[in-house]
Design a protein around this ligand. Structure first.
Ligand SMILES: Nc1ncnc2c1ncn2[C@@H]1O[C@H](COP(=O)(O)OP(=O)(O)OP(=O)(O)O)[C@@H](O)[C@H]1O
Length: 471
């Protein structure tokens, strides 16, 4: 393997360089295609980088404009090289084809380097996760190259439209059902190209929403990833069991249930073990590069169809040098997530924590301006939804006055951006102790054993024996 010569062609490099040195007005044909790495020969690579620097500065590429660049770098020998390229003239007709050939050769060189690295890692018995990461990088090398050279034809676009048009809506929904019919009406379910930001101040119910929606999508059969950077999987499962049983989630996790109640949770728990829901181990890493790698692996391994991330502000990014620049980190994290969602073609539901800064005004409902401090969250999102519960404030104020508080359970999903649908609030109910979110017109989402049976009838939890004596 060590003996494999790096794929390259000095002749093609020379052909391309001679055309762009003689006919700089043609550079635009290849400027998006080529980068320095496309040239294997170091003089060619250096000359190309100088030519492009001049070109991108908006100045015409001539001997006099490249001269200052060469002199400041101390590589006067490159001037001879430039003159040789000018003398060696070849037809410009093959420029694009030749440039594509150079891209292909450089891709092969990058793959060769990666392959040697992977072989070495196997030899050194490095962890499978690290090896997998290198394999993913290798796939990305090929993907990036494809992006540069392949267009999507009108034929492909129209075929894609037919696929969308012929999807069989179930109850009018083509995406992944949210679990709440009034939300499904507005969204049509979470769509394959969705990047949804669900933002809220602390205590508004982000984790309840993440748990509720992910449990729902998994229980109706969609392989689901729940990346919670705050709550451990056993506690998340406790919230899901609370949702399914109606018992207070704290009572479940703190061992405060009676024996017959524990039996019910065990029944539901055992049944739900087969649900395709995958939790991320947040003790391993909160770095977005590891998170994206994990999601890619799960997509291959488990066929993940939707990802919930709770919440973006807790992600780190080791590629950002200044770790105190929160905006730079959020922007980088978000662009990595957007790229991942586009690449996998699955919805990403990303939770975001708003700070408490602007709660002084009389209407405490957040607006898009509250997202401004979190980088470009709004720009890339297909939808921005704010969660709001007036109970949160009322209960604190009642407590301060020493009064008893009776919750309204009102919850609003406020659509502040919705690329293909209505804006405005959707009024729902949320029972925080039971981790339940339900339509406003229901007195309770689920309040009897019979309703639980009906609710889960078409899900993997179908057949849960709910006749164990609770209402
Ligand atoms: N078992 C419970 N009993 C009573 N209230 C609860 C229970 N579990 C959660 N809550 C309350 O529900 C609200 C929403 O909880 P959730 O964990 O979803 O908050 P969050 O929006 O994720 O915020 P944070 O990041 O601060 O945890 C909080 O005010 C919390 O105190």
């Amino acid at each position: 393997m060590d003996q494999i010569a790096p794929p390259q062609s000095f002749e093609i490099e020379k052909d391309v360089l001679s055309v762009i040195c003689n006919r700089p007005e043609l550079i635009y044909q290849v400027e998006d295609l080529l980068d320095d790495d496309c040239f294997y020969n170091s003089d060619n690579r250096y000359l190309f980088s100088v030519v492009m620097k001049v070109h991108f500065s908006g100045v015409a590429v001539t001997q006099s404009s490249i001269l200052p660049q060469i002199i400041t770098s101390g590589r006067k020998d490159i001037l001879d090289h430039y003159q040789q390229m000018k003398k060696y003239f070849t037809s410009e007709r093959s420029l694009v084809n030749n440039a594509e050939a150079l891209v292909e050769l450089s891709t092969k060189r990058a793959l060769l380097t990666k392959s040697l690295r992977i072989l070495q890692m196997i030899e050194l018995n490095e962890t499978i996760e690290d090896i997998e990461s290198e394999v993913t990088d290798a796939t990305n090398i090929v993907m990036t190259r494809n992006k540069q050279t392949e267009a999507i034809s009108m034929g492909e676009a129209v075929d894609g439209l037919y696929d969308l048009m012929h999807r069989d809506p179930v109850n009018g929904i083509t995406g992944i059902p949210t679990g709440i019919s009034s939300l499904d009406k507005i969204t049509g379910g979470w769509e394959y190209d969705d990047k949804v930001i669900i933002a809220a101040r602390p205590g508004m119910g982000k984790t309840i929403a993440a748990t509720f929606h992910s449990f729902h999508s998994a229980s109706i059969g969609y392989p689901t990833a729940l990346i919670s950077l705050e709550v451990r999987p056993a506690k998340l499962a406790g919230r899901m069991m609370s949702n399914a049983s109606g018992f207070n989630s704290s009572d479940i996790t703190k061992g405060r249930l009676a024996d017959n109640q524990k039996r019910i949770i065990t029944e539901i728990g055992d049944k739900s073990k087969s649900i395709p829901l995958y939790f991320y181990d947040n003790t391993r890493s909160r770095d977005i590069n590891d998170i994206c790698r994990t999601i890619r692996t799960w997509h291959r391994k488990y066929g993940i169809k939707i990802v919930y991330l709770d919440y973006i502000g807790l992600c780190r990014d080791r590629t950002i040098r200044n770790s105190s620049d929160k905006t730079a980190i959020t922007e980088s994290v978000q662009s990595k997530l957007t790229e991942l969602g586009d690449h996998l073609g699955i919805p990403l539901i990303i939770f975001s924590q708003l700070n408490r800064g602007s709660e002084e005004k009389s209407d405490r409902r957040p607006t898009l301006s509250n997202l401004k401090s979190s980088g470009k969250l709004e720009e890339d999102a297909t939808r921005v939804i704010f969660l709001y519960r007036q109970d949160y404030y009322d209960s604190n104020e009642s407590e301060a006055r020493g009064e008893n508080f009776i919750p309204s359970n009102d919850m609003e999903y406020i659509f502040a951006k919705n690329r293909e649908g209505e804006l405005g609030p959707v009024l729902l109910k949320c029972n925080v102790a039971q981790n339940r979110i339900y339509d406003n017109n229901q007195t309770s989402h689920i309040h009897s054993a019979k309703q639980i049976e009906d609710y889960y009838k078409n899900t993997a939890l179908n057949g849960i024996p709910m006749s164990l004596g609770f209402a």
